[in-house]
Design a protein around this ligand. Structure first.
Ligand code: IPE
Ligand code: IPE
Ligand code: MG
Length: 247
């Protein structure tokens, strides 16, 4: 289906990040187990990926599992990991057909080996694809990522490879998992929660934030389009004044 004509193709964000939230509440509202909601969330993932690619978004990053999510009941964590393996396995072919490259950020070594294997295979199979990079944030948290970056930078200073005075914003960018990916211009969060929950804290320094009350399994093409239209209506000033930006 065609993309909403109100969307200005020349003003698209390059990178959209999404906090996919509300699966559990969606299921509860229907008297079902939370895990039922996670299963239903896969359809919203598929639709969002397809819409973003069709629209011409170059980078889409989805928050799928946070470091803190490991503290959920074991039953739910296991169900999420199983769903992850199944979904990646099932969707790799479609990703390739749509010329989408899969990428992952986070403490991937902490994932069950079956997940990691499936993930690495899909990343390998899709590495030549060029239309859009889909990044899954898995066992990811921004504070974890920044801690790792600081450790790596400190090691380079200690070994004499890096001069303290040479450290700048690019040094930090280069030590984050998102190396090579531009910062998101737009961050979407579903489910009516107005928080970041430890996601891409450094990278979203100047992102436009878009919140919707829709629960993730209900998030559709029109909702993604609505977020883009809202984004395109905003004036991004980056500290300047309006007259400077419009000049
Ligand atoms: C988002 O939905 C999916 C994950 C965090 C894995 P939730 O599971 O957080 O659903 P709610 O927020 O409890 O409704
Ligand atoms: C954020 O959602 C993490 C993901 C979407 C993967 P949560 O549901 O875990 O966040 P909080 O706990 O409500 O902040
Ligand atoms: Mg939640």
């Amino acid at each position: 289906m065609a993309i909403d004509t109100r969307i200005n193709q020349s003003k698209l964000p390059k990178h959209v990040a999404v906090i996919m939230d509300g699966n559990g509440r969606w299921a509860k509202q229907r008297g079902k187990l939370r895990t039922f909601g996670h299963g239903k969330g896969v359809k919203a993932v598929r639709e969002t990926v397809e819409t973003a690619a069709e629209m011409g978004i170059e980078y889409l990053t989805l928050y799928a599992f946070s470091t803190e999510n490991w503290n959920r009941p074991k039953f739910e964590v296991n169900a999420l990991m199983t769903l992850l393996v199944k979904t990646i396995n099932k969707e790799t072919k479609t990703l390739t057909e749509n010329n989408i490259r899969l990428n992952a950020i986070g403490d991937l070594q902490s994932l069950p080996s079956s997940c990691l294997k499936e993930l690495n295979e899909a990343i390998e199979k899709t590495k030549g694809n060029t239309r859009m990079t889909l990044t899954l944030a898995l066992s990811y948290s921004s504070k974890w990522e920044m801690t790792e970056a600081i450790k790596a930078i400190a090691k380079n200073v200690k070994s004499g490879k890096l001069d303290v005075e040479a450290i700048n914003e690019s040094t930090i960018d280069e030590h984050l998992c998102t190396l090579g990916i531009p910062d998101p211009e737009l961050l979407i969060r579903t489910s009516g929660e107005h928080r970041i929950s430890n996601f891409l804290l450094w990278q979203i320094a100047y992102a436009e934030l878009y919140f919707t009350d829709k629960l993730w399994p209900d998030f559709e093409k029109i909702d993604f389009e609505a977020a883009i239209i809202d984004y395109q209506g905003r004036e991004r000033r980056f500290g300047k004044i309006s007259e400077q930006v419009s000049a």
